[in-house]
Design a protein around this ligand. Structure first.
Ligand SMILES: [Zn+2]
Length: 394
């Protein structure tokens, strides 16, 4: 049991709650929370599972950290790590364990994920099954990512949920339903006529949903709003599934959204994550830095895609991650590429990925910024944030 907790626990994440860590090669460095230092003298080695301070000399494993920093005994430390790792440990000391006030929200989401899942298997789900099949997403992948189908109906989900005793208050809080437009009516289902992608936390609990339409109608993607259990700027789609593969590859591939993510997974590319907005936030970049020292950005090469690429790139550089940009052929995205040419074909483009600053210069050159003094000046303005981000120290 203790070994399982040690395996599943994440030392970098745990320590990261108490000090700001930045990747430095294979380890992470930051100010020591134990003696309250300011320089980056505190080192965490995620591979070995140890931390060490070069100033005060304290060090140890994942359980030693809460013991030394929070004054816990060993058992409490194990519990503390287990809770964060999503490992359940029965507590003999507590008669009635304190209920998590957010538990009803997790329960509502778990119920919804299960219900969407069953709709995908039902007759009404045939259109969605065909859609996924055409994209090379088979039953095993559907199962792994718990994909589902929200039928084209206004209160189909809400009616069933309410009949199972789930209150509107909870459904509204996680954004599964929306306030009725006319008073006196029941709230209506937020996701309708969409393939459903449950968004999980690292412990595998469903914290939100993404939905994609089957045709070209807009919005193409619709996601749960922020809630007490979901903060979209901090979560990364797929991190729970991919973190092992990202660590092994020492590289995280960053794609635009969950459709690309699932498609790559279905075609044998496992070390991927996707932000739940367009560009990575600083929090998301720091999360990626805990698992990989290198990231390859795999966005569309249209205008919006490039903007997201460079914003994400700067955020990753600031988090201490080396950033490369892969450029796919015009009109292709990761999903379309692996579908038409397979997962192996992607490798060539990843091998050809160039440093983010170099890519920025390439694009400015293509747009002829360096042909005049005023253009060059604007080009330099565009390059400075990236140069700065790369040289930021802890
Ligand atoms: Zn120290």
């Amino acid at each position: 049991m203790i070994e399982e907790v040690r395996q599943r626990g994440d030392l970098v994440e745990l320590v990261g709650e108490h000090t700001r860590l930045k990747r430095a090669g294979r380890t992470f460095r930051g100010p020591c929370p134990l003696h309250g230092g300011e320089g980056p003298n505190f080192s965490v080695d995620p591979q070995k599972g140890f931390f060490h301070c070069f100033v005060c000399g304290e060090g140890g494993d994942i359980f030693a950290f809460p013991m030394k920093h929070l004054g816990m005994d060993f058992l409490d430390a194990v519990r503390y790590v287990a809770e964060r790792a999503g490992v359940e440990i029965p507590d003999p000391r507590e008669e009635a364990p304190q209920a998590d006030p957010n538990q009803p929200l997790y329960d509502a989401n778990a119920f919804a994920a299960d219900w969407y899942r069953r709709q995908l298997e039902s007759d009404t789900g045939r259109v969605a099954r065909d859609y996924l099949q055409k994209r090379g997403i088979g039953g095993d992948v559907v199962e792994r990512f718990r994909l589902g189908w929200a039928p084209e109906a206004w209160t189909a989900f809400g009616d069933v949920a309410r009949s199972q005793g789930i209150r509107n208050e909870q459904l509204l809080a996680v954004g599964l339903v929306k306030e009725p437009k006319q008073p006196g009516r029941e709230p209506y289902d937020a996701l309708r006529g969409r393939v459903i992608f449950p968004i999980e936390d690292l412990g595998g609990r469903v914290i939100a949903f993404g939905g994609r339409v089957l045709d070209d109608s807009v919005p193409k993607y619709l996601n749960s709003p922020d809630s007490p259990i979901y903060h979209k700027g901090q979560e990364l789609y797929g991190l729970g599934w991919s973190r092992g593969a990202i660590r092994r590859a020492e590289t995280a591939l960053v794609v635009e959204g969950y459709m690309d993510y699932v498609s790559l997974a279905a075609h044998g590319v496992p070390n991927v994550v996707a932000p739940l907005g367009t560009a990575l936030t600083p929090e998301q970049a720091e999360r990626i830095a805990r698992y990989a020292q290198r990231a390859i950005l795999l966005y569309d090469s249209d205008k919006a895609g490039l903007r997201a690429t460079f914003r994400s790139g700067d955020a990753l550089l600031r988090a201490g991650v080396e950033v490369l940009v892969a450029t796919l052929p015009k009109g292709e995205d990761p999903d379309s590429l692996v579908r038409s040419k397979g997962g192996e074909a992607l490798k060539k483009y990843l091998d050809d990925a160039v440093d983010v600053l170099e890519r920025k210069i390439q694009i400015l050159e293509l747009r002829d910024y360096f042909g005049s003094i005023s253009g060059t000046r604007r080009a330099i303005d565009a390059l400075i944030p990236t140069v700065r981000a790369a040289s930021d120290e802890v």
